[in-house]
Design a protein around this ligand. Structure first.
Ligand code: ATP
Ligand code: MG
Length: 311
């Protein structure tokens, strides 16, 4: 039997043998060189964001490659949702840039002329960008007063102004893709669904506009193991069949190691480790190793930080 990701035996050989200083643990991981001829879909450089005097993001450098599934791990409150909100153009960085590439040309639809920087984008550019994104919000974020049909179809009504019969067909198709019994639930309100079903409805809404990129904020948190596997399979399926680029924020190591091409870890406002899954697993950074082992001793717990050098 092979070791599960992050298991103690798997990590025994890679645990750091030296003491790391706080600065070393918190240092940003260098950006990986891009494969020849590849332009990232999203290139984040030196992104800083604070709320009042609290610095949440402290210099994020990250490239997202077309067609990849990139998982971002990080403790609660580390700034994961804040990062997603920047990618959606809902928050403006204090410092730094988020460059987005032009949409790829598809049959019958020419590519938009150029990429742009999100912080400097005008309303029209932001609308174009948001049209390329599907977002699975932390908590399904469905509207309680609307039915499943209305919730999932909302982007087609409000953004695309599609006719009712087309909306109906596309909602049914999106619900089937997330393995939900469309006919049984179309006219139910979210309160009548289980938590797992609500999450899937949230995913159906994210894919209904056939987005090029999907941002998932904790898609599997709080779900039963079977539903977790279903959501993971769905993410893989969307990547393989539709070529979708996915950024998945998660606490779930098992899920990350199942679906990711690359894994990154956000810690104290920086990406401290990033790489293909196996490379990430062997990162010597003690914060990564603590996350992978679930140990209570390490840089993720305050007691350890107080005991380490502040230099
Ligand atoms: N609009 C805001 N105003 C003030 N503080 C905020 C705001 N948004 C986020 N924060 C703070 O920024 C920090 C990071 O929040 P964020 O929601 O990004 O964390 P997270 O990594 O997504 O956590 P979780 O895993 O619990 O979802 C938190 O301490 C939060 O209180
Ligand atoms: Mg969050």
């Amino acid at each position: 039997m092979t070791d599960r990701p992050g298991s103690r035996t798997a990590l025994a050989q890679v645990l750091p043998e030296r003491t790391w200083t706080k600065d070393e643990i918190e240092a940003a991981a260098p950006l990986a060189p891009l494969p020849a001829g590849i332009q990232p879909v999203i290139a984040i450089r030196d992104l800083h964001k604070g709320f009042g005097s609290r610095k949440i993001l402290r210099g994020i450098d990250l490239d997202v490659l077309r067609g990849e599934t990139l998982c971002i791990l990080g403790g609660s409150g580390s700034g994961k949702t804040t990062l997603i909100r920047h990618l959606m153009g809902m928050l403006k960085a204090d410092v730094g840039t988020i460059q987005v590439a032009p949409a790829p040309a598809v049959a019958g639809m020419p590519s938009t002329e150029a990429g742009f920087e999100l912080g400097a984008a005008n309303e029209e550019q932001l609308a174009t960008w948001r049209r390329r994104l599907g977002v699975v919000f932390q908590g399904a974020a469905l509207l309680g007063s609307l039915t499943v049909l209305e919730n999932v179809g909302l982007p087609l009504v409000e953004v695309d102004h599609r006719p009712a019969n087309e909306i109906y067909e596309r909602v049914v198709e999106a619900l089937r893709r997330v393995y939900l019994p469309a006919q049984e639930i179309l006219h139910l309100k979210p309160a009548s669904l289980s938590g797992g079903m609500r999450k899937r409805v949230g995913i159906a809404r994210a894919i209904i506009q056939r987005p090029e990129i999907i941002l998932y904020d904790e898609p599997t948190t709080g779900l039963d193991p079977v539903t977790v596997s279903g959501v993971n399979e769905l993410t893989l399926d969307l990547q393989k069949k539709l070529g979708i680029t996915s950024i998945v924020i998660t606490h779930d190591l098992e899920a990350a190691f199942t679906i990711a091409d690359r894994i990154a870890m956000l810690y104290r406002g920086r990406i401290i480790a990033i790489g293909p899954t196996e490379e990430f697993r062997h990162s010597p950074n003690p914060a990564v190793q603590q996350l992978l082992t679930g140990s209570t001793r390490g840089p993720l717990t305050e007691a350890y930080l107080q005991g380490t050098s502040e230099s």
